[in-house]
Design a protein around this ligand. Structure first.
Ligand code: AHN
Ligand code: ZN
Length: 313
């Protein structure tokens, strides 16, 4: 999988000034709020502090309650969607998707999502003795939700004026290799069952593993097929934010992830996921090393600043 392919329509364009917070080209200049990477980091740390957020555990449920309360604290209207979802091994996962809405009256809706559950098994760990242990999921789980909580804090201070929903989706990571349908159970339920009457996202951005050291976010294959315009616009925002090098216009992997469930329902969606060409997912993926030691504020900053640029400009 992967390979270095130039994306259609790719052009070599220069970086704009990193300090610029206004888009001088647009008639109505919009102030892009600051993304505080220390705050995002502490949102990741808080989640890890609950313990592994494995479905059907007290740590998972406590983290879910806390995520919902943080969204409310930042001014979102929160809706929860509960479902018992059957995993590949027959386990019933008591799942909760949590959505925080900004400007709920708007019909055009940008959905920002990340999974918050963590994998019960470190089955990619170099030490076989760890394969049955639960991971901290600092990157795989907490990083995406941490960046989105810091975005929520920005939306609470400075209304983006758009319909935006932040979704913390459950039961993504209880899957098994070789069965693509075993992943993203919470996202599948969300995509197939409106979380509130008449709800439908217009487009969606998934953040997955957005806090690792040395992370890069090349284009994900299914994202590119379903939503090339959205992917281009996100990468353009990265360039304007001074983070173009983290978002190269090349193909990374083809990843079965939460966004694919939205794409199946006709919603253009992209996955911003750390994928190293010729290596695959970041080296801590599904290992005991997916902990706070391997979270880098600068990665959280690159993704968060890009996201806020994309939204406010
Ligand atoms: C597969 O391995 C098929 N999908 C992985 C998606 C994922 C797992 N993202 C985070 N953890
Ligand atoms: Zn995972």
């Amino acid at each position: 999988m992967g390979g270095i392919l130039m994306l259609a329509g790719c052009s070599a364009s220069g970086k704009q000034g990193e300090a610029a917070t206004r888009d001088s080209d647009s008639a109505a200049a919009v102030e892009v709020p600051a993304f505080d990477a220390d705050s995002a980091y502490s949102y990741v740390e808080r989640q890890v502090g609950f313990g592994p957020r494995v479905p059907n555990t007290a740590a998972h449920d406590a983290a879910a309650a806390w995520l919902a309360s943080e969204l409310r604290r930042h001014g979102a209207e929160v809706t929860e969607q509960k479902a018992d979802l059957r995993a590949f091994d027959g386990t019933v996962l008591r799942s909760t998707n949590i959505m925080g809405s900004y400007n709920p009256g708007e019909t055009n809706r940008l959905l920002l999502l990340a999974h918050y559950d963590t994998r019960p098994w470190a089955d990619a760990d170099p030490d076989k003795d760890n394969h049955g242990k639960a991971i901290d999921g600092a990157n795989d789980g907490a990083s995406g939700a941490g960046v989105l909580l810091e975005a929520a804090r920005a939306f609470g201070r400075s209304n983006p004026g758009l319909g935006i929903d932040i979704l913390f989706v459950d039961s993504e990571d209880y899957g098994t290799e070789g069965d693509d349908t075993s992943w993203a159970l919470g996202a599948r339920y969300f995509a197939e069952n409106p979380i509130k009457p008449g709800y439908r996202a217009t487009q969606a951005i998934l953040l997955d593993m957005v806090g690792g050291k040395g992370a890069v976010f090349p284009a994900e294959y299914f994202s590119r097929q379903a939503a090339p315009g959205l992917d281009d616009a996100f990468r353009a925002a990265a360039e304007r934010a001074g983070h173009g090098e983290r978002f190269p216009k090349i193909y990374g992997g083809a990843v079965t992830d939460d966004h694919v469930e939205l794409i199946r329902q006709g919603i253009p969606a992209i996955d911003i996921i750390d994928y190293r060409v010729n290596e695959g997912f970041c080296p801590t993926w599904h290992t005991m090393s997916d902990n706070m030691e391997n979270i880098d504020r600068e990665t959280l900053r690159a993704v968060g600043e890009t996201l806020l640029r994309f939204i406010y400009e």
